[in-house]
Design a protein around this ligand. Structure first.
Ligand code: GEK
Length: 245
């Protein structure tokens, strides 16, 4: 993404009270730097979303990027699918994210048109889809609503269409959970975050980002009807699943 990338220092100084994490203007303004330094494999996942979109896109169909933030996945799909007939619908319920995405994703000739919507993804109908992306978004949806979201996506996909679901993941085995959490902490430190920043961000996300195990995701995807469900990427406690209808 061609952004001068301001550095994320949101949790760099001690805060009197840690409030729940919000995707507001402050976060949107540093988002590319924040996600690159916080999510192991993020750049690889974005590039590979483009590769998978190219493989599964059907001319005349729609790609969805749900919880698009600044539109990194939309941008890569648009590049890989350039010249083909179809469209991308990119949705986020953060006005700050959508306002910035609008500046970054100006429609260009020969590119798949992008329709940006500021909306709750739970209210967005999915129709005639060949590719749906939930890249680190489902984890922010209340657990009780997740099955309905996945079912809506399944129902709106064409046969052979795909859902790419990337998530921070939990582990039943407490040793594994601790190991991968420690390694994630080390990854963030290696990327220049201090212990204070890691600790304050973790507290801010505690009630907001609720991870589930790969087994929970796989069971839900299968019970909604997906036939092939494979983890195609994992680094520590971050994974991405390819689910085919
Ligand atoms: C990327 N996919 O760069 N409806 C719509 N959007 C939502 C909702 C909701 N109910 N809840 C949260 N969001 C992006 C990264 S970030 C992941 C996704 C992260 C949005 C929220 O506003 C935010 O922009 C996004 O989901 C999650 O590939 O920051 O860890």
């Amino acid at each position: 993404m061609s952004l001068g990338q301001p550095k994320d220092g949101i949790y760099a100084t001690p805060l009197e009270k840690i409030v729940d994490f919000k995707f507001d203007e402050k976060v949107a303004s540093v988002f590319p730097d924040m996600i690159r330094r916080s999510v192991p494999g993020y750049a690889t996942i974005i590039t590979t979303i483009g590769v998978m979109a190219e493989r599964f896109f059907v001319p005349g169909s729609t790609c969805y990027d749900l919880g698009c933030s600044l539109g990194a996945a939309t941008l890569v799909m648009r590049q890989r699918l350039s010249g083909k007939p179809g469209r991308i619908i990119a949705v986020d319920n953060s006005e700050a994210m959508i306002a910035r995405a609008r500046e970054l994703l100006v429609n260009e000739a020969d590119c798949l048109p992008v329709e940006l919507r500021c909306a709750d993804l739970r209210a967005v109908p999915i129709e005639n889809a060949s590719v749906v992306v939930l890249n680190f978004t489902l984890q922010f949806i209340p657990a009780a609503d997740r099955a309905r979201v996945i079912q809506t996506i399944y129902d709106g996909l064409r046969p052979g269409g795909i859902l790419i679901l990337s998530e921070k993941i939990a582990f039943d085995d407490p040793h594994k959970a601790e190991l991968f959490s420690d390694l994630h902490h080390a990854f963030k430190k290696a990327n220049g975050y201090s212990d204070l920043e890691v600790a304050q961000k973790r507290a801010a996300l505690e009630n907001v980002l609720i991870p589930e195990t790969v087994v929970q995701h796989r069971d839900r995807l299968r019970s909604c009807g997906f036939s092939n469900v494979d983890v195609w990427f994992q680094c520590f406690n971050f994974a991405s699943i390819l689910a085919v209808k």
